[in-house]
Design a protein around this ligand. Structure first.
Ligand SMILES: [Zn+2]
Length: 141
């Protein structure tokens, strides 16, 4: 028996859209290399979709381990060019997966985090380095 409680219907018109563990999904077939991927079927709206739909791995041409390696390098702070050299894929490929992972993370954040407090320091600050006032304060020392 396949564990499907982490999945939800991907059809926005479905009554069970986004409902995890609603019991409406079944794995109706396997596909892809070595039949590793499941095609999920929603009993509510009769839609079929890949278990990877909505993730950076959806329609990926690279092997899954290579995609994970690209994303791990980016998560550790490697830039596009450095990740490209270390993993052995093109810069465009790294940039594309970075964008896909960012969109996925944004959607997950919207679903998981109930409330995001406003940051008094402004919108998005770079994770690496300091903000303008902190940089000025360090320079004046
Ligand atoms: Zn559905």
């Amino acid at each position: 028996m396949d564990e499907l409680s982490r999945f939800c219907c991907q059809n926005p018109q479905c009554a069970d859209y986004g409902e995890r563990g609603a019991g409406n999904l079944t794995a109706c077939m396997r596909f892809g290399k070595e039949k590793r991927l499941r095609l999920l079927y929603c009993q509510t709206c009769h839609a079929r979709f890949s278990e990877r739909k909505g993730t950076p791995l959806f329609a990926a041409r690279l092997p899954e381990a290579t995609v994970h390696s690209v994303l791990e390098h980016l998560a550790e702070g490697c830039g596009i060019r450095k990740t490209s050299r270390l993993v052995g894929v093109s810069r465009g490929t790294v940039a594309r997966y970075a964008g896909l992972a960012g969109q996925h993370a944004h959607r997950v954040h919207g679903e998981v985090v109930a409330f995001s407090p406003a940051d008094a320091r402004g919108a998005v600050r770079r994770a690496v380095g300091l903000g303008g006032q902190e940089r000025k304060a360090l320079r004046s020392r």
